[in-house]
Ligand binder design. Structure first.
Ligand code: NAD
Ligand code: UDP
Length: 312
């Protein structure tokens, strides 16, 4: 195997920290770049003494000059409360961040990977979502800074590919969970587990009948590696997620059972533009990458609960 120099932006975040670990395990040199907006050094503290790991504090909305062979562009807050905290900065991170990282890839001839999202489908009118579905996004709503930022980043990736012949890989990530999620990021899995462990009320938004499909982080990272290693004509976008769809209420009940919690369910208003249903069609990932998730929700939730017990 050839050792590559690999840049991971957003490497101190939830997914980035797992990706850095996996790339080091695979024998590569890893440069982790992060501005610590939502990530933390704690997520990567176990890598500090690794001889092939390097860490740089940097904001991707500014240009970056480094020499690398591959780039994984993950920098962007991902939870609704974090990306809505400073929506202008969220759009800048997606759009200016993509321009800067694509410019870097062009200068050094690197292959570049974009962490896009199922949010490009918005509140979908097709179900489950295939990559050919063009989406149903409100361009002026509170989620737009993230959804439209990510859509524009995809546009930039494909224009650099067509115009400058860049080698690109675009993944559309569906809801993912696991250790290193931020305990206060407001996402449903972290909220429910923290509430259950503390014996607090479990907050269901709306009536809890909206659906999501949850992928364990190790499965997702395997999908990333396979997509990056695929032939150059495989550009994506490719959906990566777990196609087992459940209601948010069902998730709450499973978390209560696994934590043996006495927490009760309470109902809160549904946030604006909250998608009613979401589930990936992963036929393309199966066909192109021979990838599908292997970790059952109950197994993944148990591992995640063990992690959150250390973060209380
Ligand atoms: P996260 O918030 O844990 O990680 C994002 C990282 O990016 C953090 O470490 C943060 O500090 C860093 N960051 C933010 N703005 C930056 C900037 N301007 N410059 C440098 N670093 C910056 O989120 P995550 O769940 O690990 O998500 C990683 C990527 O995957 C994001 O691009 C997100 O949009 C995408 N994604 C995640 C999910 C999911 O379910 N976790 C779903 C869809 C898409
Ligand atoms: N949700 C909930 N209670 C919470 C947090 C979230 O009912 O405490 C719901 C939210 O309204 C959404 C789903 O869970 O329908 C997933 O929310 P999350 O923020 O994790 O991700 P999204 O898929 O909406 O980006």
């Amino acid at each position: 195997m050839v050792t590559k120099r690999i840049l991971v932006t957003g490497g101190a975040g939830f997914l980035g920290s797992h990706l850095c670990q996996r790339l080091l395990n695979d024998g590569h040199d890893v440069l982790c770049v992060d501005n610590y907006f939502t990530g933390s050094k704690q997520n990567i503290a176990h890598l500090f003494n690794h001889p092939r790991f390097e860490l740089m504090r940097h904001d991707v909305t500014f240009p970056l000059y480094v020499e690398v062979d591959e780039i994984y562009n993950l920098a962007c807050p991902a939870s609704p409360i974090h990306y809505q905290h400073d929506p202008v900065q969220t759009t800048k991170t997606s759009v200016h961040g993509a321009i800067n990282m694509l410019g870097l890839a062009k200068r050094v001839g690197a292959k570049i990977f974009q962490a896009s999202t199922s949010e490009v489908y918005g509140d979908p009118t097709e179900h489950p979502q295939t990559e050919s579905y063009r989406g149903h996004v409100n361009p002026i709503g509170p989620r737009a800074c993230y959804d439209e930022g990510k859509r524009c980043a995809e546009t930039l990736f494909f224009d650099y590919h067509r115009q400058h012949k860049l080698r690109i890989k675009v993944v559309r990530i569906f809801n993912t969970y696991g250790p290193h999620m931020h305990p206060q990021d407001g996402r449903v899995v972290s909220n429910f587990i923290m509430q259950a462990l503390r014996g607090e009320e479990i907050t269901l938004y709306g009536d809890g009948s909206q659906t999501r499909a949850f992928c364990y982080v190790d499965d997702l990272i395997e999908g990333f590696i396979r997509l990056m290693g695929s032939p150059d004509n495989v550009t994506g976008p490719v959906n990566i997620g777990n196609p087992v769809e459940i209601t948010v209420r069902d998730l709450a009940e499973r978390v209560i059972k696994l934590t043996k919690s006495r927490s009760k369910l309470v109902f809160k208003p549904l946030p604006p533009d909250d998608p009613r249903q979401r589930c990936p069609d992963i036929s393309l990932a199966k066909k192109l990458l021979n990838w599908e998730p292997r970790i059952d929700l109950e197994v993944g939730l148990a591992k995640t609960i063990d992690y959150f017990k250390t973060r209380q």
